[in-house]
Design a protein around this ligand. Structure first.
Ligand SMILES: [Fe+2]
Ligand SMILES: [Fe+2]
Length: 306
C-alpha cells in the first residue's frame, strides 16, 4: 500500500531532536576500552563523512522532488544527516579523540565519493539518486551505527545511536517508497532515462568510486571486529525489500544496484578482484591530491546547536 507522505512529513517534524537534548558531559565515556578507543576514531570519522554524503544526496534529491511534500521530507532528511554527523563529532570529542576544533579527514574512498557528489549530484536524475541513495543508506549510513552499537558501552553513545537509528528507519521507509513511485513510470521513460544517464561519463567515474567504497568499508568493519556478514545482511535487505514491490523491480537502476549488491555479498565472485584492486589503487593516491573540504562541510560542528 502506498505510504501517506503527508503523514510521514508530520511524523518527521514531530520526532525532531537536537544535540542540545543530549548530556554530552554525563559519565560513561570511560567505559570505552583502550583497544576499541584506538579503532573507533577512524571508524567514526568515516561514518561522520558518510552522514555528509547522505546529506549531500538528500540536498540533490530535494531539488528533484516531484511534490512539495517530498521536497520538504528531503530537506528534513538533509538536516538530519548533518545532525548525525555533528552528533558523531560530538561523541568523538566526548571520548577525547579530537584536538580543539579538529574535523578529522575521511579515508580516500569516502573522500572520492564526496568529491564526486559535490561535482555531479545535481546533474543526476531522480531515478538515479533515488536508487543509489537507498543502497548507501542500507549498507552504510543506516547500518554502520547498528554494527557498533553492541561494541560501544557508553550510555550516552547508546542514546545518540538510538535517536539516529530512529531517524534512519524513516529515511529507509521513504527511500523504498520513492523507488516504488519511480517504478510507476512507463517502461519507455525508465529505459530512456537509464540509457541517457549512462552516456554521462560522470556516472562511470561515480561507479568506479562507489565500488571500492563498499569494499573499503567492509574492510573497516572487519577491522573493528564486526562480522562482515552483518554488512551483507544489510545489503540483502535492499534486495528483499525491493523485490516485494513489482514497481521497484521495474526500475533498471534498481536492478543494477541490486545485482552489484549481490556481487559484493558473494565473496567468491570475481567482482572482488576488481573491487579490491580498486581499493588498492585508490589507496595509493596521495591523500593531498584528492583532499578538498566540501563547501557544505562548514556547517560541521560538535557544538550542541539545533
Ligand atoms: Fe544518517
Ligand atoms: Fe540516512
Amino acid at each position: 500500500m502506498a505510504m501517506d507522505l503527508d503523514n510521514m512529513l508530520q511524523m518527521i517534524k514531530d520526532r525532531q531532536w537536537a544535540l542540545a537534548d543530549i548530556e554530552w558531559d554525563a559519565p560513561g565515556a570511560e567505559l570505552i576500552e583502550p583497544d576499541l578507543w584506538a579503532k573507533l576514531k577512524p571508524f567514526m570519522t568515516d561514518l561522520m563523512w558518510i552522514e555528509n554524503v547522505g546529506a549531500r544526496g538528500f540536498a540533490a534529491l530535494a531539488k528533484k522532488a516531484p511534490t512539495p511534500t517530498l521536497k520538504s521530507i528531503y530537506e528534513h532528511f538533509h538536516a538530519e544527516e548533518q545532525k548525525h554527523a555533528n552528533a558523531e563529532l560530538a561523541l568523538m570529542r566526548r571520548w577525547g579523540m579530537l584536538e580543539d576544533d579538529e574535523i578529522p579527514a575521511p579515508n580516500v574512498n569516502v573522500q572520492l565519493i564526496i568529491n564526486w557528489l559535490d561535482k555531479h549530484s545535481d546533474e543526476m536524475s531522480l531515478s538515479f539518486l533515488g536508487t543509489v541513495i537507498p543502497m548507501l543508506e542500507v549498507a552504510l549510513d543506516g547500518a554502520l551505527i547498528k554494527f557498533i552499537t553492541d561494541e560501544v558501552k557508553d550510555p550516552i553513545a547508546q542514546e545518540v545511536f538510538k535517536r539516529i537509528n530512529n531517524d534512519e528507519s524513516r529515511h529507509l521507509a521513504v527511500d523504498f517508497e520513492v523507488m516504488d513511485i519511480l517504478g510507476h513510470a512507463s517502461m519507455r521513460k525508465l529505459v530512456i532515462e537509464t540509457v541517457g544517464g549512462w552516456t554521462n561519463p560522470a556516472l562511470i567515474v561515480g561507479t568506479l568510486s562507489y565500488i571500492p567504497l563498499l569494499n573499503k568499508m567492509r574492510d573497516n568493519i572487519v577491522a573493528m571486529g564486526v562480522d562482515e556478514e552483518k554488512l551483507y545482511g544489510a545489503m540483502r535487505r535492499f534486495r528483499s525489500v525491493g523485490e516485494r514491490s513489482e514497481f521497484v523491480r521495474r526500475v533498471p537502476m534498481y536492478q543494477f544496484i541490486s545485482w552489484q549488491g549481490k556481487k559484493v555479498i558473494d565473496r567468491s565472485s570475481s567482482y572482488h578482484l576488481l573491487a579490491d584492486s580498486l581499493v588498492k589503487v585508490t589507496g595509493v593516491i596521495p591523500f593531498r591530491l584528492v583532499h578538498r573540504t566540501p563547501t557544505w562541510s562548514q556547517e560541521l560542528t560538535y557544538e550542541p546547536v539545533a
